[in-house]
Design a binder for this molecule. Structure first.
Ligand SMILES: Cc1ncc(C[n+]2csc(CCOP(=O)(O)OP(=O)(O)O)c2C)c(N)n1
Ligand code: SF4
Length: 339
């Protein structure tokens, strides 16, 4: 009897290419790259089926550094390439990597339709709230008042919130993490397990043009009070003494931060995370700023039929209806006329 030896499990190093990484020393993109390389060996995809697709920006150099198939495409148009790749060969495991400028400025419209269509792929949004590659102009996610070469007296725009945008666009999987987060691979695995378009916003430090912009949420001394790590089915508790929580106030139809033990408040008063609840997801996606912690983890997960499934089905139906279609006949049907 022939025994087939089990294939050795891939290692993170197997996904690192031989290209010299050209990000600035200390850039958050390094940690994101490592997190992705740590994630892939645990997935059930054959190595040759991975495809990384990006637009233009520092973060969009990602495919060069992965030892997988990849496309470094044009500014803002990665969703169109990624969708086309998935439709042409649904066996492929498509990962799109983009920045806040690439994905939400020039690429905002394409991003909207990718989320709405729901082809099965992962979108990793490296959000550093700035244009890194073009030397620090403000981006759609930059804070109001940010002074940059293109907003010398401060941006007067209100920042776009990627997770809120994704929910509004009809996205079915929306999560948030940050570059140096130890559990980022777990979030990426959940995104991968979801059948449909998954958007993962990853807060990413640009050490050169927007350094420490997330320190009010991520710095060690404030982290436990400024971060809420979501667990489906668990009450929303945070704070360094695990004594703070999120409650829904039905009178104001809004969330509020409460302290356990104060005014008779107990754990049973707190909201329990339900990642399938879209109304709850939109309240959680908005959290942050001075009054609320920022939510990390899976904000929304509610699978639906995917674009690639629907399209494959439609093609099969069309073939069954007419096994020998003629393009010429198709062009000549209906209203045609001689000029
Ligand atoms: C059509 C077009 N317009 C503008 C540019 C210039 N450009 C290249 S990258 C970029 C912004 C990148 O910012 P972001 O997506 O946030 O990525 P980061 O570099 O911060 O990772 C711009 C405006 C371009 N390459 N092509
Ligand atoms: S400019 Fe910013 S985003 Fe670009 S490589 Fe340098 S640190 Fe990273």
């Amino acid at each position: 009897m022939n025994v087939i030896a089990p294939k050795d499990k891939m290692k993170p190093a197997d996904f690192a290419s031989d290209q010299e990484v050209r990000w600035c020393p200390g850039c958050g993109d390094y940690a994101i790259l490592k997190a992705v390389q740590r994630t892939l060996p645990d997935l059930d995809t054959p190595k040759e089926n991975y495809v990384f697709v990006s637009g233009i920006g520092c973060s969009s150099r990602f495919p060069y550094y992965m030892s997988t198939y990849g496309f470094h495409t044009i500014h803002g148009r990665a969703p169109a390439f990624a969708t086309g790749i998935k439709l042409a060969n649904p066996e492929l495991d498509v990962w799109m990597v983009t920045g806040d400028g690439d994905g939400f400025s020039i690429g905002g419209n394409h991003m909207l339709h990718a989320l709405r269509r729901n082809a099965d792929m992962q979108i990793l949004l490296c959000n550093n709230e700035i244009y890194g590659l073009t030397k620090g102009q403000y981006s759609p996610t930059s804070e109001t008042g940010l002074k940059t070469p293109s907003s010398p007296t401060g941006s007067v725009e209100s920042p776009l919130k990627p997770c809120v945008f994704a929910l509004g666009s009809g996205g079915h999987f929306i999560a948030r993490g940050y570059d140096t987060q130890k559990t980022l691979p777990e979030i990426l695995k959940r995104a991968h397990a979801h059948k449909g378009t998954s958007l993962v916003e990853i807060l990413q430090n640009c050490i050169v043009y927007n350094d420490a912009v997330f320190d009010n949420v991520l710095a060690r001394d404030v982290a436990s009070d400024r971060q809420l790590h979501l667990v489906h089915g668990e009450p929303m508790i945070f704070g360094k003494d695990s004594d703070k929580g999120i409650r829904f106030n039905p009178l104001t139809f809004s969330l509020e931060v409460v302290t356990l033990g104060q005014d008779g408040i107990t754990e049973s008063d707190l909201l329990v995370h339900d990642e399938t609840n879209k109304s709850l997801a939109s309240l959680i996606a908005e959290m942050g700023g001075d009054d609320f912690p920022t939510a990390f983890g899976v904000i929304y997960c509610n699978p639906a039929a995917t674009y690639d499934e629907n399209m494959t089905k439609q093609v099969e139906q069309a073939k069954a209806y007419d096994p020998e279609p003629s393009l010429d006949a198709l062009l000549r049907q209906g209203h045609t006329w001689e000029v």
